[in-house]
Design a protein around this ligand. Sequence first.
Ligand code: NDP
Length: 311
Amino acid sequence: MTARKLDGTALAKTLRAEAAAEVEKIIAAGGRRPGLDVVLVGENSASAVYVASKDRACEEAGFRSAIHREPAGMSTRDLLALVEKLNANPEVDGILVQLPLPEQVDADQVLEAIDPAKDVDGFHAINAGALAQGRPRLVPCTPAGIIELLRREEIPMVGARAVVMGRSLIVGRPMALLLIGEHATVTVVHSRTRDLPEVCREADILVAAIGRPAMVTDRFVKPGATVIDVGIHRVTDPDQARDYFGAESRRFARMSENGSTLVGDVHPRLVAPVAGALTPVPGGVGPLTVAMLLKNTLAAYRARCSQGAVS
Ligand code: NDP
């Protein structure tokens, strides 16, 4: 058996088209354009790439989009002042402060300063608390995208055994809470879990978000399980690439030409023959994260409009 590919790129395209159609309707009805403001502090090159792709996705969907590029040495106080300004601006529906922030900035204080109604990353304690209480408002984009993928691919979640690998605030925890909301029976595993492969092998749905390249092998996967690979790691060692993809694979050939490729937390060559369905890396979870950011910005826009905050 070879796992069915769960195509995140295709679903992201659909989600982005849905967002664009909604913006068009809003504008046709004489409404204001939804707006997302992204704050980028410093020169982290991966962050710059993420921010550029978010900006492009916003523009393609017809959103107003602004990037605030701030110097690497920015103080917590100055960043808080910028967040306050964006909180007060009625044209701003979503605020996203790109992580990681430079060391001198108190990231927790900054994230907590964002108006929860504009917190499109869903990291504010008010939004995290609402999710924990089973009343989700703005939900972190990566796990929200995974739920959307499972739903639209008709992977049964009600009553399913789900194992979430990782307990971070960005992925693991909200993922577990969302799966509970879908009536799955959820186990969360982490670096202190005993008998990790055995616990994972109980899963009908296995979500790997541990930040460890290709650690999840066939030993972790029940035959036929749905495996969601959240990890993203660059591979430059040809021996590793041969192990992950197979010497005969197109991926290995392309890696030899380009000098690098990507792998997730799941070992693709070992897991694909065992799993029933698997997200590829790239082209699985990654594109969904950006698409869900548009959905969250629209949700924030709608909620703010209905509360009379803006029109
Ligand atoms: P974190 O480093 O914040 O969390 C990792 C989690 O995995 C922790 O809970 C940790 O346990 C657990 N863990 C680490 N090592 C092991 C191990 N050997 N066995 C079991 N559990 C382990 O990572 P994130 O949640 O932020 O991200 C996870 C991965 O997802 C990364 O590769 C990241 O790049 C990727 N990512 C991808 C996104 C996308 O859009 N595709 C978006 C966000 C992240 P403990 O708590 O005990 O330390």
